[in-house]
Unconditional design. Sequence first.
Length: 280
Amino acid sequence: MATAVSIDLSAELRGFRRVQRLAYECAEAVAARLEPGVTERDAARMQREWLRRRGVRDWFHLPFAWFGDRTAFTGFRLPLQFFPTGRRLERGMPFILDMAPVYEGCTADIGYSGSLGVNPVQDRLMADLEAHRGLILREVRERRPLREIYQDVDRLMVRQGYANRHRAYPFGVIAHKVDRVRARRFSPHLFGFGARSLKGLAADALHGHREGWSPLWSPYRFSDHPPQPGLWAVEPHLGFRGTGAKFEEILVVTDSRDPAESAFWLDDDLPHVRRWAEAK
């Protein structure tokens, strides 16, 4: 794991860190309440209700939950297959909770992997994700093109014996930019995504197209450019024989010439990071 650096965060970055921590707190609270028979829809509703009780009224996207082989996106072909279903949780079954709340104008997008009881396969996947977090940070600091970093993540997965499951996401993205969202009393959403967040992403895409960059980090040619300064929600997702695991968190990219300040994870006090530290 890359060594954590001490960065004095701006007030704005502290706001993003606050909502990211809130989302992970929600994930841990909901995970602790999961039991046999709970459905994906139940788990998604539990996330929504927990966050709404704490003031969340807008979303980059509404919460998702995937159980069993759906954690590896087995058989996913259409966007609607990502939405929560009636799949019921069973003992030993892996799960992933994914939520993207907007709070006080700041956006988080997180992924939390766990299992109901012991699941050695997912435990191994989570342990092996540590190397991906380090690789991504190192190569972003080297200002490697995003497309090349994506390919290096792919190669690392192959060496580890896993399948790339973030390739199943729309446009095959491993990450996307997040920005501030203007707070409003009414927060509409479209197909599960916040309308204002989508509008901001579309504006970024148009602006980036003119300047030769994209807010989507994908394996395709439009991501063949160095990392663009801003906040990136990064989510490497491993799959192995019907079991999936991922983390998702914000990577801060700046235009600083100091390598340590040119890119850094917004927060190193997150469940998966603590898990890796405790295993050493």
